[in-house]
Design a protein around this ligand. Structure first.
Ligand code: GDP
Length: 457
């Protein structure tokens, strides 16, 4: 039963005003009373109803709204909920929120508090909560699809099924321990239990062996633009950023040395880094900046090594650096300065001693389309296997790695015949899976997870 003393919370759940429409949500034991006070009645459950919103104290009309009533437990949070769709002007919103604040037992919601209630009431498990946060933050179609799958239980349901399998195995082992001396308990309870544990271990290990694609999709692949000074790196970054209609959020000068631009290549997220500021310096602060920039470029998935094709050595002379663990392409720039005969723009296939090379002019744009098409293909290829990835956060990975470690200890212990120890490791594995979905012992991580939410969600 719902606790009648639990605070009723309310918030503007739609975006920043002014807007055509604003959605105000109310959740908790006083949600019904709030509707009665503001619109004088409670609409039919889950049916939109047109209503005058009035100030409960003096009866002044504040707005005309669509009102919705979602009685517990069939609401998003599992508690009584009301929703008012009002006009999205500042004064309208302020008046309605103000009126709600004057109703006894109602107070403004904290960030993520609606979702937290949904979690507490068992409407969402923790992985679904994270999926919801990712869905709200998603900037590209691929991120949206992954977040939606997670919201709908892709990892949560799987983890819960794994946990049930473990608990069944544990029950068999415990039966063997409890009734060891009794003749009517079959000797071999532990054998089948261990067989299913072995299968489960393989299944979880397979889910972990995903090249971290799911985690990577949340942030995007990292493409570093590097090369000698004045080769045209900044010009190229600007051109890439400008010609892509789908540029998401430019962060000019995130640091003094590296400029980051978030981009969308064919629906897949990428961060472009411009390391134009990289030069040797005697200033220790600047040197530290250069060191960091190089490190970031070194950990990039792909390095675009820009060279000045018109300079001595030009296209052929450029050898990508900072590319130890990364793929690297050479971008021979300033093709416009090189005679047509000397230089054809376009792409050349990599050979054993020559990386894939693109000849372009960042200034005029020649050849840039081909480079963008290749980047899209690269991003698509990078994320090709992501649709099956279920691990989207380091938290998931840690929990599953701990589970596998406990199962390994369990399987290593089994030949000893010490069934208590086998059972203990199975319990440990079930607990880590329970932490993943938030079934057990998660107080400490809740604040971290809900901190990502905005007010009204
Ligand atoms: P960075 O130091 O590598 O970032 O180089 P910049 O992007 O600052 O470019 C250095 C100079 O080269 C600038 O004067 C640019 O206008 C020029 N530049 C860049 N790309 C091209 C190009 O494709 N053709 C020509 N002609 N000039 C270019």
């Amino acid at each position: 039963m719902a606790d009648p003393l639990r605070p009723t919370i309310f918030a503007l759940s739609s975006g920043r005003p002014p807007a055509a429409i604003a959605v105000v949500r109310v959740c908790g034991p006083r949600a019904r009373a709030a509707l009665e006070k503001l619109i004088g009645r409670v609409p039919q459950p889950r049916q939109a109803s047109l209503a005058r919103v009035r100030d409960p104290e003096n009866g002044d009309v504040l707005d005309e709204a669509l009102a919705l009533w979602f009685p517990a437990p069939h609401s998003e949070t599992g508690e009584d909920m009301a929703e008012l769709q009002i006009h999205g002007g500042h004064a309208v919103i302020t008046a309605v929120l103000d009126a709600l604040g004057r109703i006894e037992g109602c107070r403004p919601a904290e960030a993520g508090e609606f979702t937290r209630r949904a979690f507490e009431n068992g409407r969402l498990d923790l992985t679904a909560v994270e999926g919801l946060a990712d869905l709200i933050a998603a900037e590209t179609p691929a991120q949206r699809r992954q977040a939606f799958r997670q919201l709908k239980g892709l990892i949560g349901d799987r983890a819960e099924a794994w946990r049930r399998t473990l608990i069944e195995a544990l029950a068999l082992v415990e039966a063997r321990i409890d009734f060891a001396d009794e003749g009517d308990v079959p000797d071999d309870l532990v054998g089948p239990a261990l067989a299913s544990v072995t299968r489960l271990r393989e299944e979880i290990a397979a889910a972990l062996a995903d090249g971290r694609r799911g985690e990577r999709l949340r942030d995007g692949i990292v493409i570093a633009i590097a090369g000698p000074p004045n080769a045209g790196k900044s010009t190229l970054l600007n051109r890439l950023a400008r010609r892509e209609a789908a540029i998401v959020s430019p962060y000019p000068g995130t640091t003094r040395d590296v400029i980051e631009v978030h981009m969308d290549f064919d629906g897949f997220p990428a961060t472009l880094l411009d390391t134009a500021g990289l030069r040797q310096s005697d200033d220790p602060v600047e040197r530290e900046g250069v060191r960091r920039a190089k490190e970031r470029a070194r950990s990039a998935d792909l390095v675009l090594w820009v060279t000045d094709a018109s300079a001595a050595g030009g296209a052929a002379g450029g050898k990508p650096r900072y590319a130890a663990g990364s793929d690297a392409w050479v971008v021979a720039n300033k093709a416009d300065l090189v005679g047509d005969k000397l230089c054809e723009t376009g792409e050349s296939r990599p050979t054993a001693d020559r990386p894939q090379t693109f000849t372009i002019s960042a200034l005029t744009g020649t050849g840039v389309d081909g480079l963008v098409a290749a980047l899209s293909t690269y991003a698509r290829g990078y994320f090709a296997t992501t649709e099956s990835a279920i691990v989207t956060r380091a938290r998931h990975r840690r929990a599953l790695e701990e589970t596998v470690a406990a199962l390994d200890r369990c399987l290593a212990e089994s030949p000893s015949g010490r069934e208590e120890l086998v059972a203990e490791e199975l319990r440990a594995a079930a607990t880590t899976l329970g932490r993943l979905t938030g079934r057990v012992d998660v107080e400490d991580i809740l604040d971290v997870i809900f901190r990502d939410f905005c007010i009204g969600k």
